[in-house]
Design a protein around this ligand. Sequence first.
Ligand code: ATP
Ligand code: MG
Length: 271
Amino acid sequence: MATVIVLTSGKGGVGKTVASVSVALGIALRGKKTVVVDLDIGLRNIDLALGCERRVIFDLINVMQGEAELKDALIRDRHSDNLFILPASQTRDKDALSKNGMAKLIDGLQELEFEYIIFDSPPGLERGAKLSLYFADEVIFVANPTRASLRGCDRMLGVLQQESKKLQAGDGEVPERLLINRYRSDQSGNTISRQQMVDSLGIDLLGIVPESQSIADASESGTPVITDKTDPAGAAFDVVVSRLLGENLPVEAENELMAGKGGLFDKLLRR
Ligand SMILES: Nc1ncnc2c1ncn2[C@@H]1O[C@H](COP(=O)(O)OP(=O)(O)OP(=O)(O)O)[C@@H](O)[C@H]1O
Ligand SMILES: [Mg+2]
């Protein structure tokens, strides 16, 4: 059975797409057959983040509406033979996404023997976000260390409890973990500490990714930052991938990784 991981957030622009491509590629680079699905209908950008925009022929909605075969719509990533991309449609109506269509898509991906299915959601409670939450085995909440970002997450956590298929079937809660992105050691007045975020949400921490120019550069070049583990953001995503794959890394893992590389994480984790 494939594991379905959904990246979601309350507010837009917090780094779901950046995180989706690094997490998906990180899992693939560890030998697992992985697909990253862009659910941001009308605003496709996974293809840009992985530098395969010129190879898009069919998209998710073409597959859901029976206009293309799933295997013909999947694009093999140039960074890993284990990673495939299913692009979103840029033009279609968001209502083209249906629960039935999603169920068929997941079945099709299982048949193709994917081990991990990563859904990059649109922000907030859009259709694509709600539908993917229904099928989630694991949810990653992406948030920036600001009160506004945190408030959105809280609302989504409530929705998840109602939307999840697992919960509705009485199979328990879907694990939810928090990924803090764009953490800066020079915090200004509207940001809050790591511990405050985790405490107020009552959710486990999956990782902390620093504010990083290399992430902005990576988005432009179509090469996810996880390909460079000497970069603090790349190393942070590598820790996230380890935790997702079941490694029980303590919070100090970020500390150790960053030792000798300018001490960015060392400083912020000791606050
Ligand atoms: N840690 C970071 N450091 C610097 N820039 C970042 C970081 N994370 C994300 N960004 C930048 O923030 C912008 C938004 O990121 P991204 O597109 O991943 O957000 P999103 O949550 O997917 O947005 P949307 O809700 O619109 O889908 C991008 O320009 C990206 O390069
Ligand atoms: Mg996005």
